[in-house]
Design a protein around this ligand. Structure first.
Ligand SMILES: Cc1cc2nc3c(=O)[nH]c(=O)nc-3n(C[C@H](O)[C@H](O)[C@H](O)COP(=O)(O)O)c2cc1C
Length: 410
């Protein structure tokens, strides 16, 4: 049986913590609820006591108010997980600052079990740089965030800030606890900073039309996540791909780029400060030779477009990189895909490329790819069908190995 300490802080979503308690109990967990004094303004402790079968605690005054003198230490002893749902901006700030003036915040400091935080607040509050900075700092300390999701908020605004559904929180906790060792940072890339690029560039014909490709950016995101799990900080350059809102705070920065030229410019500016680049963005190889500044109207005639090659972004990094930096990328080819990937790595000066076969079943958005890992002159991992998360783990391992040996063969 899993033992859950459920912290409830004072937001309008506190009522949803009742359902969360009920579902945790229903799934066979033992649940102890702790409320902040302001949470009790929204839902009474009695409700949680009735739902959990254990006296819910709300102790403002740590010394005097509790019938149990060391509640702030005892509540976190032997628990499997500390879940805070809803987590207000205020409680998140207290956690980030390491404050301990309420029972709930003191529990955070005495807790050594995994911490899962389900934020809930107005979208403008959630997006405020102070809140985002607190979230980042907690993530760096290995807190897990689930949600918030997007939708209509209690205040009438629409956007990200809704507490994740209780079922989603429970699924997250169960999945995390069963994968606990794998989920925790291996630390292999701690102190390293990388740029990851993801998604297909958009080469604009006019303000509303563009040429792109079918890249979804999922492999880039998967690799970025694995790198951050291994302790790296990552800035993401992306082309408009879908990123789950709860993943956003994990990145030091996310920058939207549109064209191959934009991407090249951003990389040139940022590369000097990074330990390397993982170039997963799918650059549209061709773009219109001339940009039309206003939307072309239909006039009954066929439209002949003249295309020209876009800059080879990966190859252009060859001139900009230092020898202590790593440049990795991906090569997607249909015929002769392994040899062509090796040739690309040589020509473009990439240290490693993931070679992916563009087979009959197009690889975009699929979870499994027929792929290999190559350098300019060797095959590091033979071709095989691999899940994207396996590819991400292999990439992290290879990068960590190379950085560990940096300079050895330069
Ligand atoms: C009606 C009402 C609704 C509120 N909803 C939220 C909310 O959803 N999220 C939030 O971060 N703060 C919300 N607040 C503000 C918090 O209640 C306030 O910051 C409080 O100090 C939080 O304390 P706690 O984090 O110790 O529970 C709300 C306040 C009121 C009056």
């Amino acid at each position: 049986m899993k033992r859950i300490l459920l912290g409830v802080s004072g937001g309008i979503a506190a009522y949803r913590a009742c359902e969360l308690t009920r579902l945790f109990i229903h799934s066979g967990c033992e649940v102890q609820v702790v409320l902040t004094p302001s949470a009790e303004q929204f839902v009474s402790a009695m409700t949680f006591t009735a739902l959990s079968g254990k006296r819910a605690m709300v102790v403002d005054d740590l010394e005097g108010g509790s019938s149990e003198l060391y509640a702030h230490l005892n509540l976190t002893r032997d628990i499997d997980c500390f879940v805070v749902a809803p987590a207000t901006a205020d409680t998140i700030a207290d956690f980030a600052a390491g404050k301990a003036d309420k029972l709930l915040t003191a529990c955070q400091l005495s807790n050594t079990a995994p911490l899962v935080i389900a934020p809930a607040m107005n979208v403008r509050m959630w997006e405020h740089p102070a809140v985002q900075a607190n979230v980042r700092s907690l993530i760096e300390r290995k807190a897990h965030f689930v949600g918030p999701s997007s939708g209509s908020l209690a205040c009438g605004d629409v956007g990200s800030g809704r507490m994740a559904d209780p079922e989603e929180i429970i699924d997250f906790v169960y999945e995390m606890l069963s994968n606990e060792p794998a989920d925790f940072s291996s630390g292999e890339l701690t102190g390293r900073h990388f740029i990851v690029t993801a998604g297909g560039t958009r080469e604009y014909i006019d303000p509303v039309r563009y040429i792109t490709n079918a890249s979804t950016g999922t492999l880039g995101l998967e690799i970025a996540m694995a790198m951050m799990d291994a302790g790296a900080t990552v800035e993401l350059l992306e082309t408009g791909i879908e990123i789950r809102p709860e993943l956003v705070p994990r990145f030091t920065e996310i920058t939207r780029v549109r064209t191959a030229l934009d991407l090249q410019g951003e990389l040139a500016r940022r590369l000097p400060d990074a330990d390397g680049l993982v170039m997963l963005a799918a650059v549209a190889d061709y773009g219109p030779a001339h940009y039309i500044p206003s939307k072309r109207k239909k006039d009954g005639d066929a439209w002949q477009l003249s295309l020209e090659e876009t800059p080879d972004v990966l190859a252009s990094m060859k001139q900009l990189r230092r020898s202590d930096q790593l440049i990795c990328g991906v090569s997607l080819e249909d015929s002769d895909w392994l040899e062509r990937a090796k040739d690309k790595a040589r020509r473009k000066g990439a240290d490693m490329l993931l070679a992916v076969e563009l087979g009959g079943d197009l690889p975009f958005g699929r979870s499994k790819l027929n792929c290999a890992m190559v350098t300019g002159d060797s095959v590091l991992a033979e071709p095989g069908w691999r899940e994207k998360h396996e590819l991400a783990a292999m990439t992290v391992q290879w990068i960590a190995g190379r950085l560990g040996n940096a300079g050895a063969d330069d």
